[in-house]
Design a protein around this ligand. Sequence first.
Ligand code: VG1
Ligand code: CO
Length: 580
Amino acid sequence: FKISSVETTPIDGQKPGTSGLRKKVKVFLQPHYLHNFVQSTFNALTAEKVKGATLVVSGDGRYFSKDAIQIIIKMSAANGVRQVWIGQNGLLSTPAVSAVIRERVGADGSKATGAFILTASHNPGGPHEDFGIKYNMENGGPAPEAITDKIYENTKSLKEYFIAEDLPDVDISTIGVTSFGGPEGQFDVEVFDSASDYVKLMKSIFDFESIQKLLQSAKFSFCFDALHGVAGAYAKRIFVEELGANESSLLNCTPKEDFGGGHPDPNLTYAKELVARMGLGKTNPEQEPPEFGAAADGDADRNMVLGKRFFVTPSDSVAIIAANAVQAIPYFSGGLKGVARSMPTSAALDVVAKHLNLKFFEVPTGWKFFGNLMDAGMCSVCGEESFGTGSDHIREKDGIWAVLAWLSILAYKNKDNLNEGKLITVEDIVTQHWAKYGRHYYTRYDYENVDAGAAKELMAYLVELQASLPDVNKIIKGIRSDVSNVAEANEFEYKDPVDGSISKHQGIRYLFEDGSRLVFRLSGTGSEGATIRLYIEQYEKDSSKTGRDSQDALAPLVEVALKLSKMQEFTGRSAPTILS
Ligand code: VG1
Ligand code: CO
């Protein structure tokens, strides 16, 4: 093949957000749009990460992925990459990409130094919906801000990109290697099985035999919903083939380019079918709900865990996994190196860390901040309130890992109960956890597609308010006299303990004397307008009061948050788009 340099001009707005560049498909279809971003990424990397390197390119299979893969193959060839690894049909979950970078060794002994992941995660897909791309580094984790800032800077001055225009399209549906000859030597594209590296890794972490016993016990029943995302490619292999679950326990496990028209976001609003099957819907299911249900998002890094008629908040989930990991999961049997959560995630994990005397970190939203801690051996288990849970087995959050972690905990707690005695359920595990550690009531209000100017004004107003705590407290007492005082109000700023880098403006916080918190932040993953997220949390230590309905328990704080921020005045919205 030949290498062509194509003249181009900078395109506005190619700033990677919390998790890469996410835009409507029609934006990506503009001439040079994807090319400019890919070239800007190559230019942001050191030469040895490009020339002669091995790159992984794959994603959740959403609309435009197949075309994007062919473009990136041609650009990789032209930029001097030695080989590109593609999951069969272009499918690799985000956690599987991370695992492939870290674990996979090529036939010639090569290892990948990075990956382009093609996904807009939990955002819908299809010709009128979202596409996304992000770059992951040699450690398997998302590029740090230093790199994403550089990519963005490059997009603002890019004049040319390189592409092997005459390279034929590669058949990505068939496993095997295709070799080409170029000006700088051989270039290979290897298509490999999407699941095997990941399955192998999971088998090295969990005790599959004990999970299998649980899944095959007559007392237990299981259900998994991939929401037509890429998790489907792993669910069948792991839950059915390896662990012996019945095929009928899998819902929506065929990956689709448009996720079947749905919103591949595993929460109580969008995972409707699963929610109904678990007995949490408005109508009672025809059958007795399963004991355990779970869902993953489009790229399978998020998870939702449900018990029979019972919802586990993601903040509780990571705390419960951390509290039980050493006993229930072989990978952690030597102890936890530390735990971490993102700032808006509830403090349930903090209480566990304190109790178990573990190192604890609070980082900004987005998985990239956990990676440094993990690389430095300071963190084993971490999570976010946004249905993200994971560990240092890779450098991304991991939906199927979280499901296996919960199944491991259930298997461990029931190891003597499966033949005789009553099953210890998901709900039992959570309520026992609350009894021991207290409960963090938690809710999140999302206002999606708000006018960007209005959202900025609301945030600026809140920052301004923070200048005087006495004034804040006066306003709050005027709204509700039954909430405690604000002890501290600020914008969250994080200094990475490993590399010393500082991330500012990571959310506006109101910290109350009784441990309650209000957090406001703007989303960094949307593709249109602005999304305001409001996180509300209240701690209850008294075990006689941990069984309340969470919206009831949080009503006073919600009222304070909405009135204090003048939410309706600024946004014109009387209710959130999503309440979780
Ligand atoms: C959201 C979540 C954040 C998560 C990010 C990526 O970001 O709040 O916790 O890490 O999505 O998730 P934001 O900036 O919109 O609040 V996903 O599954 O891309 O991978
Ligand atoms: Co995701």
